[in-house]
Design a protein around this ligand. Structure first.
Ligand SMILES: C[S@@+](CC[C@H](N)C(=O)[O-])C[C@H]1O[C@@H](n2cnc3c(N)ncnc32)[C@H](O)[C@@H]1O
Length: 213
């Protein structure tokens, strides 16, 4: 598919199915204004994630990689009244901006932002397992470790969702540590005895695994 056509189709989906409200627009504007990297999900990817949260009936969700809270708002809005999102962010600047955005979105009671390195924070969350869904969108080298955590700490029927599965094509000839992290993650997910999985060709590739045992 040509670049032009895929851009046009993305806009078509965004306009029809993934329209942002004032809060989401504000979060995107602030991400830029505060000098954070513009690496949040696109609306169509976030909408897909939101529907996966709904479809799986998730109540307890873990996200790794909060940034300014953009994807977290989409996730939290899909949760039932008793649902909760715990989102992990290594940068204190990102974490604090995200907290203010969850507040602004009226989601502060549903979302906990934990500041720290993903793998370290996850160790502390083991005590409260199992969880229903894990969304991975942080350091690429740790994706295989995040998958192993998900295998141990999601309930059967729960889902692991990961952004950047295509890694802009760098999974074909991995050279950097990040490239290898993504290629290894995809391979491990595909072969994992506890997951049924695929990659959905939206955005930079959204990997999805359903835990079956
Ligand atoms: C792609 S952005 C997340 C985007 C966010 N999910 C969204 O769509 O709005 C990745 C974030 O992960 C954070 N990060 C990177 N390495 C991390 C680690 N080891 N543990 C926790 N967070 C990390 C970065 O600081 C950055 O804010």
């Amino acid at each position: 598919m040509s670049h032009d056509l895929s851009g046009r189709l993305n806009r078509y989906v965004n306009d029809l199915f993934a329209r942002e409200d004032d809060v989401l627009r504000f979060v995107r504007q602030q991400t830029e204004a505060q000098g954070l990297p513009l690496i949040n999900l696109e609306p169509n990817e976030a909408r897909l994630l939101q529907l996966l949260v709904m479809l799986s009936g998730a109540e307890r969700v873990i996200e790794i990689g909060t940034l300014a809270g953009y994807s977290g708002i989409w996730i939290a809005r899909a949760l039932p009244p008793q649902g909760a999102l715990t989102t992990i962010e290594k940068s204190s600047v990102h974490a604090s901006l995200a907290r203010s955005h969850f507040e602004r979105a009226g989601l502060a009671d549903k979302v906990t932002v934990l500041q720290g390195q993903g793998l370290q924070v996850l160790q502390k969350l083991v005590a409260d397992a199992p969880y229903d869904l894990m969304f991975i969108d942080a350091d690429k080298v740790s994706y295989p470790n995040y998958l192993e955590w998900a295998a141990k700490n999601l309930r059967v029927g729960g889902a692991v969702v990961a952004d950047n599965a295509f890694w802009q094509g760098n999974i074909f000839n991995p050279s950097t540590a990040d490239d290898h992290g993504m290629a290894d993650f995809n391979q491990a997910l595909a072969e994992h005895p506890q997951f049924e999985s695929t990659i959905i060709a939206v955005g930079d590739g959204i990997a999805l695994g359903v835990k079956t045992s």
